[in-house]
Design a protein around this ligand. Structure first.
Ligand code: GBE
Length: 497
């Protein structure tokens, strides 16, 4: 019996190899990780010297804006459960852990005149714990939790916020840069700007069409200054990498018409190019199509200046090239068509496109997240074609459901997205260096509160102890990380692709 089994196993192995062309789906040095963000997991919102951020204020003042009226006061309580988090990471066998620093845990007032030793020691324990387990820290400086005193001064539309950010970044390099070798200045700046141009992000100051462009401008300069500071003062000794994470749910044309192809291109330029073109393109500066349309709209509105601010030519040069890799968060894909959407004026309306989903695409627990695995292959190809052969690190990707332990939807998502990503690498020759599953565990999902869950681990938010339980997807991911192969589907799928 045993002999027969071995024979079958050997035959399968040979078949498997032949089917896989005897090569791995992912190169040996390809890195796999998982991600979280401070406000979504830490809790301890007012513990050990931490002060309020705009997300504390947002959720406390307006529980009615959150689906279940909840907040991140306790969240996964990772501030107190660091050891458990480290065990989970070790069990997954990941190469890296992407987490974010809570600015107001380190600098309670946002300013460097007061550095909170308990905040520093929390992140020291995290970083040392990771390194002891052979896991690289990938650290995000800003994942949406601006210290409230800086919002009182205007927040990101105020260009001086860049000064405060750079000072904060210096504290991070000085305290952690001896051990952190992968830095991300901002997570999803486009989403940050929505706090000043739409109603779905803190601080919910809806200066649409104006505040969103001003905040993007500040963030781009803050990013570039941080990158140059690293170059000038830290790179020689610390030898790390500094970049930014941009998010794009890729836009493809709704049909073959020229106008909808243009609309899809405008979508990608107005959303991804907005930040990517100044940093990653040869020419630098905002994409031409943004410049033209927003200048024209502003003039037509009778304004004496464009709602899209101008960089000086020195600033264009200064921002250009401030990257060591391309951090990309990618979850989903949209169909774009020519047309007007959003408030007047707004970035959405300036873009002149509307987006929708193909009804055949599988859905998730998030209204914006549908499953279109080819999208990840398309977008890394687009980035490569548009900005050249930059190393791409997928810094987030994942799927939401209502909290099933046998999370077949998430398992199918990872299998299919990773299969497409491996095609991008092996067939298309795109330089993708790593993939990050969002998220290590269920956590505070912003406006959705705890209703939409993204974790590889289930978290029981009813239990004071916040116990974590591995879902099926944790097993699957562990297997993929260890083998660098995507296993054939066991057809758990409710959907057949
Ligand atoms: C990331 O954001 C975040 O980095 C992470 O914190 C979060 O938990 C995770 O993903 C899961 O959400 O038609 O333009 O109004 C926009 C994802 C929908 C960012 C797009 C939803 C960006 C959130 C719809 N947004 N996406 S529309």
């Amino acid at each position: 019996m045993l002999g027969f089994r071995l024979l079958v196993a050997a035959a399968l192995a040979v078949y498997g190899c032949a089917a896989q062309n005897a090569s791995l789906d992912f190169p040996e040095d390809f890195m796999f990780g998982v991600a979280t963000a401070a406000y979504q997991i830490e809790g301890a919102w007012n513990v050990s010297g931490k002060r309020e951020s705009i997300w504390d204020d947002f959720t406390h003042e307006h529980p009615d804006w959150i689906a279940d009226g909840s907040n991140g006061d306790v969240a996964c309580d990772s501030y107190h459960k660091l050891d458990v988090d480290l065990e989970m990471l070790q069990d997954l066998g990941v190469d890296f852990y992407r987490f974010s620093f809570a600015w107001s845990r380190i600098l309670p007032e946002g300013h460097t005149d007061q550095i909170n030793p308990d905040g520093i020691s929390y992140y020291n324990r995290l970083i040392d714990g990771l390194l002891a387990a052979g896991i690289q820290p990938v650290a995000t400086m800003y994942h949406w939790d601006l210290p409230s005193p800086l919002q009182d001064l205007g927040g990101w539309p105020n260009s001086f916020t860049a000064d405060f950010f750079v000072q904060y970044a210096r504290v991070l390099f000085e305290n952690f840069g001896d051990r952190v070798k992968w830095w991300i200045t901002f997570n999803e700046p486009k989403e940050v700007t929505r706090g000043y141009g739409e109603n779905d992000k803190a601080p919910r100051i809806n200066t649409h069409g104006i505040g969103e462009y001003l905040s993007a401008h500040t963030i781009l300069l803050a990013h570039a200054r941080t990158y140059h500071m690293y170059d000038e003062e830290f790179r020689a000794t610390q030898q790390g990498r500094v970049s930014i994470t941009l998010n794009q749910d890729f836009c493809i044309p709704k049909d073959d018409s020229e106008e909808n192809k243009d609309a899809a291109d405008r979508c990608n330029q107005f959303e991804l190019g907005w930040f990517a073109h100044p940093i990653y393109s040869q020419e630098g500066d905002y994409p031409e199509v943004m410049r033209t349309r927003i200048d024209e709209n502003s003039a037509a509105e009778g304004r004496p200046f464009s709602r899209l601010p101008y960089f000086t030519s020195a600033q264009v040069e200064y921002i250009k090239g401030t990257f060591d890799f391309f951090g990309l968060n990618h979850y989903s894909t949209r169909l774009a068509e020519d047309g007007l959407a959003g408030e007047n004026p707004s970035r959405k309306r300036d873009g002149g496109y509307a987006t929708s989903f193909d009804p055949s695409w599988p859905t998730s627990a998030s209204d914006w997240l549908v499953v279109y695995p080819e999208g990840i292959r398309l977008i890394v190809n687009w980035i490569n074609a548009t900005y050249g052969d930059v190393p791409i690190l997928i810094t987030e990707s994942g799927f939401s459901d209502l909290g099933e332990l046998n999370d077949t939807g998430r398992q199918d998502y990872y299998r299919e997205y990773l299969r497409q990503l491996s095609l991008a690498i092996n067939e298309d020759g795109i330089n993708v260096i790593g993939y990050t599953a969002w998220s290590l565990m269920d956590n505070f999902e912003w406006l959705d509160g705890y209703t939409a869950r993204f974790g590889l681990y289930y978290v029981d938010f009813e239990d004071d102890d916040r116990p974590r339980t591995a879902k099926g997807s944790a097993e699957l991911y562990k297997q993929i990380v260890a083998s660098h192969q995507v296993p054939e589907a066991e057809s758990t799928a409710a959907w057949g692709w």
